[in-house]
Design a binder for this molecule. Structure first.
Ligand code: IFM
Length: 748
C-alpha cells in the first residue's frame, strides 16, 4: 500500500499551504513541508511540542527549533534555489504511507542542468531524530558548492524565542562533519540543543548499471559562521553526470527532556551514524508498516474517501505525543505557532476517539495533561470568582491560559477587539470531563481516577455549580452570559449545548461519588477530606435535575440555541457574506456581520444532539439538522463532522457523506479560514481529521459502547461497499467489518 501526494511545478504563493499539507512529524516535533533552501519568510518550521515561550507582552507560543535542514547549492558563485532561481521542473512529494517528504528540482545553469533531490523523515522510534538525504546531480562537468547547516533565524509569529545562540563545529572522521547550536528561550531560559552530523559522498558516473565508485573524495570544505547560521560549504568538481550526496542526521533535545540533554543528543547521533541512513530509513518504514497494519481504515468502493480518511489519520499519527506521559495536542497540531500552539476542547471532543481506539497510551497522555493542569484551572476559576476548575480556553503547558481578552485584531481599525472566548466559553471544563470519563468508560483504566481524575470531575462540577443562577418563579437553574461552540454569538443565556454539558458534568460527578468505594482507600480518604462528599452529592443531584434544558418545540421539534436566538434576523449565509467589506474581517464580536443574525459559525445545537442523541426522537434530530445546517457557516473545521455524525444518526449516510469528505479533506484541499481578524490561524486541522474518523467509526459503522459492551450497526453511504478497521476497547481488540447489510465486530 502506498499513498503519495505530489505537486508538480512551482508557485511561491503556495508555500504556506504546502507547509501544512506536506508536513511530517513524530509527536515530539513537526516539520513543515518547506524546501531546504527556504528561510523564515517561507514559513519554515521545526515545531517543538510542549515548549512555549513569551517575548515581552506578545502572545506566548511554541518554539520553532533552529532549522538544521537548511541546505542549498551554488554554481559559479551563484545561489540556486526556489523561489528565486529559474527551474525546468519541480516536484514535491509526501509519501504519507511512510511519513517521507521528498523533492526534486532541476535548474538550467550556464554550465548545464543541475538537479537537486532530497528526502527526509522524522524517526518514529527515536523522536529526537530527523534524517535527510540531499543530492546534487549535474548534467555537465562543473564545480558546485553544497552549502548545508543550521539556520537559527527561524520563523516566529511572536518571537524571537532563541537567545544566546552559540554555534560549534568540528570534523569527525573522513567526510563526516559536526555542527551544533545551543540556544535558550527568552522567558524560562530553557536550553535547546540542535546538532547535526553530516556525511558527504561523491558519486561519479552514475549512469545506470554502473557500480557506485567510491573514489577518494575530492572537495574543499570550510565552515562559515554568521550571527544566525553555521554552515558547511563543500566545493566539488563534478564530472558530467556526477553527483554529490549529503546524509544528515539531526538531533534535537531540550533541557525539558533530560538534564544531560546535550550529551544525550550527541550519543544518539553517534549511534545513528553507525546505523547509517539506510538502516534508519528501514526502521522508520517498518514502523509505519506496522502502524497501518493496525490502524488503517479500509474503505472499499470509494478510493478517494479511503485516501482522504487515511491521510487524516496520517496527521493524527504524526502529532501523537507518544514520547510523553502527560501531554496534549495543539489545535493546529505541530504545524507551527498558529493558535499559540494551544490545546482547545478539540482534543477531548474530536481527537480523543482515534487515540482511544488505536493507541490508548496516547489517549492516557492527553487525559493526564488535563489532570496535571488542574491547578491552572483552579486558579482561573478563582480569578473569575467561581469555585472549582475552569480550564483554559487555550491551554499551554501547566494549564497556562493563552487566550487574551483581546484575542482578535479588528481589520478596520487595527485595534485589539474585546473577545469573550477566554471568560465565557465555559463549556471547556465539561469537555475535559467528557474526555476523561470517555477514556475511563472505554479503556476501563481506573488508574487515572486515582491519579487526580476524580478531583478533575468534582472540581469541574463545583465550577458549574458555583455559576448557576436560580430563576425565582420556577426554581430552575440557569447558566447565563456564556459563549457556546458558535462563537459568533457572545454572552448569551442558556446555550443549549453548554447547559447540557454542565448537566453531564454533574452526572459524572454523581457517578464518581457513588462509585467512590471502588477507589483505593488512599484516594477515598483524600477526597473525603478535601470535599464533603455527601453534601456534594446532594448539590450535584439537585443541579442535574434542575438545570434548565430547552426542550424541542411541540410542533416544530426545534431546540433554540440560546435565549433569544429566534428573535435574531433570519437571513441567508449568502446575504451575510455579501456584507463583508474586508476578506479577513471577523464575523463575530460586537459589530460582526453574523452577530445580529441567525447565522452561526459552527455546529452548536447539532453538537449537543449528536452527543446526547439517545435522549431525543429521530424526528427531533432530523428537524434540527434541517433547520441549523443552512444557517451554519462551517467557519470552523470542527463543524462539518458533527453534521455528518448527526445525519448518520438520522439514518441518512448519503446526507452525511459530503460533510464527512469535507472533514477528511480539510488539509488535503485546504480552503479553510486562515484569518480571524488580523490573527493568522492557518495550519493543519487535527480536529477535522479526528471528526472524519469519528464519522467513519461512530457514523458509518454505528459503533457504540454501552456499559462495556460494544454494538455496531451498518450505515454506509452509497459509494462505500465495505468498511473495516480495528479498535481497542476495554483492553480487547476487535476487528469491525461493515457492509450495507451487516456490521460485525470480531474479537482478535
Ligand atoms: O476550538 C476551536 C473553536 O471551537 C473554533 N475556533 C477554532 C478553535 C480551535 O480549533
Amino acid at each position: 500500500m502506498e499513498w503519495i501526494l505530489t505537486e508538480n511545478g512551482y508557485d511561491s504563493s503556495l508555500a504556506a499551504t504546502h507547509g501544512n499539507k506536506y508536513l511530517i512529524g513524530n509527536g515530539y516535533l513537526g516539520i513543515r513541508g518547506a524546501l531546504e533552501e527556504y528561510e523564515k519568510d517561507q514559513l519554515v518550521a521545526i515545531n517543538l511540542a510542549g515548549i512555549y515561550d513569551q517575548v515581552g507582552d506578545q502572545f506566548r507560543e511554541p518554539v520553532n527549533a533552529p532549522n538544521a535542514l537548511y541546505t542549498f547549492c551554488e554554481v559559479a558563485g551563484e545561489r540556486i534555489g526556489l523561489p528565486n532561481s529559474e527551474m525546468v521542473s519541480h516536484q514535491i512529494t509526501l509519501d504519507f504511507s511512510h511519513g517521507l517528504f521528498s523533492r526534486k528540482t532541476s535548474y538550467p545553469t550556464k554550465k548545464g542542468e543541475v538537479t537537486v533531490e532530497s528526502e527526509r523523515f522524522c524517526c518514529m522510534e527515536q523522536p529526537h531524530m530527523i534524517c535527510m538525504k540531499y543530492s546534487i546531480h549535474v548534467s555537465e562537468a562543473m564545480e558546485v558548492t553544497l552549502v548545508s547547516g543550521i539556520d537559527a533565524d527561524v520563523w516566529d509569529i511572536n518571537g524571537p524565542h532563541l537567545n544566546k545562540v552559540k554555534f560549534a563545529s568540528s570534523s569527525k572522521e573522513e567526510n563526516t562533519f559536526e555542527l551544533s547550536v545551543h540556544a535558550v528561550t527568552t522567558e524560562k531560559k530553557v536550553g535547546l540543543h540542535v546538532q547535526e552530523i553530516s556525511s558527504l559522498r561523491i558519486l561519479e558516473d552514475i549512469i545506470p548499471d554502473c557500480l557506485e565508485q567510491r573514489k577518494k573524495q575530492q572537495y574543499n570544505h570550510e565552515v562559515v559562521k554568521s550571527e544566525q547560521k553555521v554552515l558547511n560549504r563543500f566545493t566539488i568538481s563534478l564530472p558530467a553526470n556526477g553527483m554529490v550526496c549529503l546524509y544528515k542526521y539531526i538531533g534535537i533535545y531540550t533541557e525539558k527532556d533530560s538534564t544531560s540533554y546535550e550529551k544525550d543528543n550527541k550519543e544518539q547521533l553517534n549511534h545513528a551514524l553507525l546505523q547509517g541512513y539506510g538502516t534508519l530509513k528501514n526502521e522508520h518504514l517498518e514502523w509505519w508498516r506496522k502502524c497501518w497494519e493496525k490502524d488503517m481504515v479500509v474503505i472499499e468502493g470509494d478510493e478517494a474517501a479511503m485516501q482522504a480518511l487515511n491521510y487524516s489519520l496520517y496527521h493524527l499519527i504524526t502529532i501523537a505525543p507518544r514520547h510523553s506521559k502527560s501531554m496534549s495536542i495543539p489545535a493546529r497540531g505541530l504545524s507551527g505557532q498558529t493558535y499559540k500552539g494551544a490545546v482547545f476542547w478539540d482534543t477531548e471532543m474530536f481527537l480523543l476517539p482515534f487515540y482511544l481506539y488505536t493507541d490508548p497510551k496516547v489517549a492516557r497522555s492527553l487525559v493526564k495533561y488535563r489532570i496535571d493542569t488542574l491547578e491552572g484551572a483552579r486558579k482561573k476559576a478563582k480569578e473569575y470568582g467561581y469555585l472549582g476548575a475552569f480550564y483554559a480556553w487555550e491551554s499551554q503547558e501547566g494549564g497556562h491560559e493563552a487566550c487574551s481578552d483581546y484575542n482578535v485584531t479588528d481589520v478596520f481599525t487595527g485595534r485589539p477587539m474585546r473577545t469573550f472566548f477566554r471568560d465565557k466559553q465555559i463549556h471547556i471544563s465539561a469537555a475535559v470531563v467528557y474526555g476523561l470519563m470517555t477514556y475511563v468508560h472505554t479503556t476501563r483504566d481506573y488508574s487515572v481516577l486515582e491519579e487526580g481524575g476524580v478531583e478533575v470531575v468534582l472540581e469541574c462540577a463545583q465550577f458549574y455549580y458555583s455559576m448557576l443562577l436560580q430563576k425565582v418563579p420556577f426554581g430552575q437553574y440557569e447558566l447565563h452570559d456564556v459563549v457556546g461552540p458558535d462563537e459568533y454569538h457572545e454572552r448569551v443565556n442558556n446555550n443549549f449545548y453548554t447547559n447540557r454539558m454542565a448537566k453531564y458534568t454533574f452526572d459524572m460527578a454523581v457517578e464518581l461519588i457513588y462509585s467512590a468505594p471502588k477507589l483505593s482507600s488512599d484516594t477515598q480518604n483524600k477526597i473525603a477530606k478535601q470535599y464533603g462528599l455527601s453534601a456534594l452529592l446532594t448539590k450535584f443531584e439537585e443541579a442535574s435535575k434542575r438545570i434548565f434544558l430547552k426542550v424541542p418545540d411541540k410542533y416544530t421539534k426545534l431546540i433554540e440555541q440560546f435565549d433569544g436566538y429566534y428573535k435574531l434576523k433570519d437571513t441567508s449565509l449568502e446575504e451575510v457574506r455579501s456584507k463583508i467589506i474586508h476578506p479577513k474581517e471577523y464575523w463575530g464580536g460586537a459589530y460582526g456581520v453574523a452577530a445580529d443574525t441567525k447565522i452561526i459559525k459552527q455546529a452548536d445545537v447539532v453538537t449537543a444532539l449528536t452527543l446526547f442523541r439517545d435522549e431525543y426522537e429521530q424526528e427531533v434530530l432530523q428537524k434540527n439538522w434541517d433547520y441549523y445546517e443552512p444557517r451554519t457557516e462551517h467557519g470552523s473545521s470542527l463543524s462539518a463532522c458533527m453534521y455528518a455524525l448527526l445525519a448518520c444518526y438520522c439514518g441518512n449516510p448519503d446526507q452525511a457523506y459530503p460533510f464527512f469528505l469535507k472533514s477528511a479533506m480539510a488539509d488535503l484541499k485546504g480552503g479553510g479560514k486562515e484569518w480571524a481578524g488580523l490573527l493568522y490561524i492557518g495550519g493543519t486541522h487535527p480536529a477535522a481529521a479526528g471528526g472524519a474518523y469519528m464519522t467513519a467509526v461512530y457514523g458509518f459503522a454505528g459503533l457504540s459502547i454501552k456499559e462495556g459492551s460494544i454494538a455496531v450497526k451498518p450505515c454506509l453511504p452509497s459509494s462505500i461497499t465495505k468498511l473495516s478497521f480495528s479498535v481497542q476497547i476495554g483492553g480487547k481488540k476487535y476487528r469491525i467489518t461493515v457492509t450495507k447489510e451487516e456490521a460485525v465486530a470480531v474479537l482478535i
